[in-house]
Design a protein around this ligand. Structure first.
Ligand code: PRP
Length: 212
């Protein structure tokens, strides 16, 4: 079998619905991606292989052509500012990017914002005409206001449980995000037929899922 396409899958919360979508679209990864420690493995039916990557790295793999296709959240995609072709809004992994902090915090007067989303944060506060200091963090961002490192955070909220358990609350919405299928620009031109076949299968599975 000739290897045709490489698909980078984001580990973490969108992996499970991504695997369901791939299965509905007729793909069959040779490994259980939720359990395996292998980072690269083929499909047993189609001429594709999969890379399992940290979400923040998926845009990089696709931009540089290490993967032809990537499936990753719009939040990560926008932050990466990667030069990739965004083809499908897969409409799962929907969550909100919010400014969050202690009750009563005035969003118009914050100075320090802790986040792993500096682009979103700068754009949002820039839109309010505010210059802010970004505190770059990589996770557990909710800690920052708790220990006085920042006035608030910009972060994703899914269930709201993390904010609640840490005595914080959403103060303003920055954006709604969902999972996207992206394609390397060169692959989109040079492997148009193969990319198109994957895209069609995925789109058809999405439509069937939506109608079910
Ligand atoms: C994300 C986000 C919040 C949490 C929100 O973190 O940064 O901390 O999920 O989810 P919830 O609204 O359902 O509670 P993630 O689990 O990706 O880990 P991280 O803190 O290490 O980034």
């Amino acid at each position: 079998m000739t290897l045709v396409l490489t698909i980078a899958l984001a580990k973490g919360r969108v992996l499970s619905p991504t695997l369901k979508l791939l299965s509905d679209a007729g793909f069959a990864p040779s490994e259980d991606a939720l359990k395996t420690r292998r980072l690269i493995f083929p499909d047993v039916k189609e001429d594709v292989r999969y890379l399992l990557a940290k979400p923040v790295d998926v845009p990089t793999y696709v931009e540089h052509g290490a993967a032809d296709i990537g499936i990753v959240g719009k939040d990560v995609l926008y932050e990466a500012q990667a030069d990739v072709h965004e083809l499908i809004d897969l409409q799962y992994g929907v969550c909100r990017l919010v400014v969050a902090g202690f009750k009563g915090t005035d969003v118009q007067s914050v100075r320090k914002v802790a986040t792993k989303y500096p682009h979103f944060a700068k754009e949002y506060f820039g839109g309010l005409g505010r210059q802010i200091e970004i505190i770059d963090l990589n996770g557990s961002v909710e800690l920052a206001p708790l220990i006085g490192l920042s006035d608030c955070i910009v972060d994703v909220v899914e269930t709201g449980q993390t904010l609640k358990e840490n005595g914080l609350m959403p103060l303003a919405e920055v954006a709604q995000v969902s999972t996207r299928l992206v394609v390397n620009r060169r692959s989109y031109q040079l492997r148009a037929a193969e990319v198109d076949a994957v895209v069609k299968s995925v789109q058809s599975a999405l439509t069937k899922g939506a109608l079910a």
